[in-house]
Unconditional design. Structure first.
Length: 740
């Protein structure tokens, strides 16, 4: 049965236990599998059978929350801005009014006659108006037979406030001249003369401050994804067949349309240059600061910037199929996921609130039973209610994922999900496909051995090869063009099948090709050039002889060139504790030559491996007890990428490879593989430290509160700090920098 998937924007969640409740309710529906993320406020739902999206929304609403499809929901920045404005207003109100209440309670010198009534006047708006979101959420959950973090806050602050009202109106606390000292621990007395207005107002203010800074931090954490989504051009100049121009929204662009990109404009979508040449700045997508030169026939990517000349581009991918859209989708998918450790934290959060309420009641009974008095028992119970905070547990993974994946997207590193992070920690071996990964994947002119002027060799040989379509000929022509800038036009050009080319260039009869081609013209390479040819072939390179005017004059070396960054990349991978292995279908001579250039030992080379056998090599290494990462870019690498414990796909490669990989490296620089593993490991480390401190906080704080060693107001401040700490710790990932 076909499975459908939908993302829902969930409203009304205020803590991790809220997300756990919604997730539990959705998963109870037949044919439904849901993951609810508290930090992103989204539910990723897969459903089959008779279930429909309205059914899913109805289930969420029946749980006490709201749900909308993203297309119908308010834009995310608007939602966050509205939330921030509301929180800021309530926070400012609570701070202005709570500060004097706390000051009067803490400093006996400020306790003038009837000060307690001023405290009540100031505290009442804090508990009722500023704290209304907590009370509203607690009431909503109560109607559905549930309890969340808001329940603890509402019950704790309401209990402190109502106790104070009783003491003021029916006890002795309202007596003129009443004073009481501030205590860090629980008060011990009969309770009739004790008020807790500073706790009620202070806890509300502290928790609102925590929620406000948490919301601001979440907005910062999601900024990278929003920036990514906003990178694309908004309008595009489409060219008509008759040469006319019209400006249309990018959404109206179709595959095959030709559009104009002027200097300084963004390229509207992925396409191929059909006219013009320029330098393209792709730094916003790849993190690579050096502009890339493009000309006719070269591919370009949407959202990159035309830094030079006028370009005409033919659209190849539009809408959701573009690289930018796929990047954004990968980042959002990763941010919606959960690591194994977070799932454990979610299960704990789901039962945490009922356990805390039971613990608070137990604390109350314990202190009453030990004769400490109602005031001491009440204070300890309220402190237990207030300090318990599953929010930090719920924020531990998603905030780190938000920041880590967002930062990765800015650097051209796409992490598919939290389970990928777990894999990076274990990996000890990295298998590297040769062609297109370690090497450029294109033939290039690497060396010229000449008995005459090198420029003349390149001018004559390059001109003749420029007329040929053979990959080796194109490499020679491109190398000559790079050195000289322009080439003459040959005459009487002829291709000699299997041997090379011949023709006349500037009056010179030129031969370029195999040594046999020269022999057919009774020409022989001098000993110096024979030696150069032998050495080139021993290194796995193609040697091309060049002769003109009846004399052999040069040997050219052509091969798939090693990327300049590959040796440094191999060194960085070793520094991460990984053993690099080269995997290729080329012969062993070529493979070992490339391996030697980048610093891989000959025994770590797998050569002459058929495409269908690459996955088998990965399996073999895994059977030896290794945890294997695979880096590749071709269709023939897809199976190996999927088989590996961690697949890193070069974004310059095939769609099949990118789909099979766990990490996608948008730029074709192998050094990005080391940066990707570093970022993934650092993100995982941040998640683990977040979870450790969140657990440690609760394990340490709850016994202190139950033992009567924490004033409820101090407990509230500590609870708010724990969530802020987790988010702030995650935001440190924004400072991650690539090496070099």
């Amino acid at each position: 049965m076909a499975s459908n998937q939908v993302d829902l924007v969930i409203g009304g969640m205020t803590c991790a236990s809220c997300a756990a409740r919604v997730e539990k309710k959705l998963n109870r529906m037949g044919g439904v599998t849901a993951t609810v993320n508290y930090a992103t406020e989204k539910a990723r739902v897969s459903y089959t059978g008779e279930v429909s999206v309205p059914d899913l929304i109805a289930t969420v609403e029946a749980t006490g929350y709201t749900a909308q499809e993203p297309a119908r929901a308010d834009p995310e920045p608007e939602q966050v801005d509205h939330e921030l404005r509301s929180l800021r207003q309530r926070l400012l109100t609570s701070v202005v009014l709570a500060v004097p209440v706390i000051a009067m309670a803490m400093i006996p010198a400020l306790q003038f006659d009837n000060w307690q009534w001023l405290s009540l006047t100031l505290a009442a708006p804090v508990v009722t108006y500023a704290g209304w979101p907590f009370h509203k959420a607690a009431l909503t959950n109560a109607r559905h037979g549930a309890a969340t973090m808001d329940t603890l806050i509402s019950v704790g602050t309401s209990a402190a406030f109502l106790w104070s009202l009783w003491a003021l109106f029916f006890g002795t606390a309202g007596t003129p001249g009443m004073t009481h000292p501030f205590e860090l621990t629980i008060a011990r007395g009969d309770g009739a003369g004790n008020i807790y207005l500073e706790a009620a107002a202070g806890v509300t203010a502290f928790i609102l401050a925590g929620r406000y800074f948490e919301a601001r931090s979440k907005r910062k954490a999601g900024a990278a994804l929003r920036a990514l989504l906003e990178l694309g051009a908004k309008d595009v100049t489409v060219l008509s067949p008759d040469g006319g121009e019209r400006i249309v929204p990018v959404a109206e662009l179709k595959v095959g349309d030709r559009f104009l990109v002027r200097p300084g404009e963004k390229i509207a979508t992925d396409g191929t240059v059909v006219e013009g040449s320029s330098a393209v700045d792709a730094s916003m997508l790849t993190g690579e600061s050096v502009p890339v030169e493009v000309s006719e026939g070269d591919p370009v990517t949407g959202a990159t910037v035309n830094a030079g000349g006028r370009l005409v581009v033919e659209a190849v991918r539009v809408g959701a199929d573009t690289q930018l859209a796929r990047m954004a989708r990968l980042v959002e998918d990763a941010q919606n996921g959960k690591a194994a450790a977070q799932r454990l934290a979610d299960r704990i959060s789901a039962v945490f609130v009922p356990v805390v309420i039971a613990l608070a009641l137990g604390t109350l009974g314990f202190w009453l039973g030990n004769g400490a008095g109602l005031t001491a028992a009440f204070t300890a119970a309220v402190a237990v209610l207030i300090i318990a905070c599953p929010c930090a547990l719920g924020l531990a993974t998603p905030t780190a994922l938000l920041v880590g994946t967002g930062r990765g997207a800015q650097l051209g590193i796409l992490i598919k999900g939290p389970e990928v992070l777990e894999s990076t920690r274990k990996v000890d071996t990295v298998v590297l496909d040769k062609t297109g990964t370690v090497t450029t994947g294109r033939m290039a002119l690497l060396a010229v051995h000449s008995v005459t002027d090198e420029s003349e060799v390149l001018r004559l040989a390059g001109a003749l090869e420029h007329a040929s379509e053979h990959p080796v000929a194109r490499a020679v022509a491109a190398g000559a063009m790079d050195k000289l800038g322009s080439l003459p036009t040959p005459e009487d050009f002829a291709n000699v099948p299997g041997l090379g080319v011949q023709g006349v260039v500037d009056g010179h009869a030129v031969l370029v090709g195999r040594e046999q081609l020269l022999a057919d013209w009774a020409l022989e390479l001098p000993q110096e050039l024979k030696q150069a040819k032998s050495e080139a072939e021993a290194a796995g390179r193609t040697a091309i002889a060049v002769a003109w005017d009846g004399e052999a004059r040069a040997v050219l070396e052509v091969a798939d060139a090693v990327k300049e960054s590959s040796p440094e990349a191999i060194e960085r991978l070793r520094a991460l504790g990984l053993t690099p292995i080269l995997l290729t279908g080329d012969n062993r001579t070529v493979a070992e030559s490339v391996a030697a250039q980048v610093g891989i030992a000959a025994e770590d080379v797998f050569a002459e491996v058929l495409p269908q056998d690459k996955a088998a090599v990965v399996k073999r290494l895994q059977s030896e007890g290794r945890s294997v990462a695979m880096v590749g870019d071709g269709v023939n690498d897809a199976a190996a990428l999927a088989q590996a414990d961690l697949g890193l796909a070069m974004g310059t490669g095939s769609d099949a490879a990118i789909e099979a990989g766990d990490l996608t490296l948008v730029r074709g620089d192998l050094r990005a593989a080391a940066d990707a593993i570093r970022l993934a490991r650092r993100t995982l480390g941040t998640i683990r430290s977040n979870l450790f401190w969140a657990f440690a906080y609760n394990i340490a704080a709850l016994p202190l509160a139950a033992a009567g060693l924490l004033n409820p107001m101090i407990a509230g401040a500590a609870m708010a700090f724990s969530s802020v700490f987790v988010v702030a710790n995650s935001l440190r990932l924004r400072t991650f920098r690539p090496l070099g």
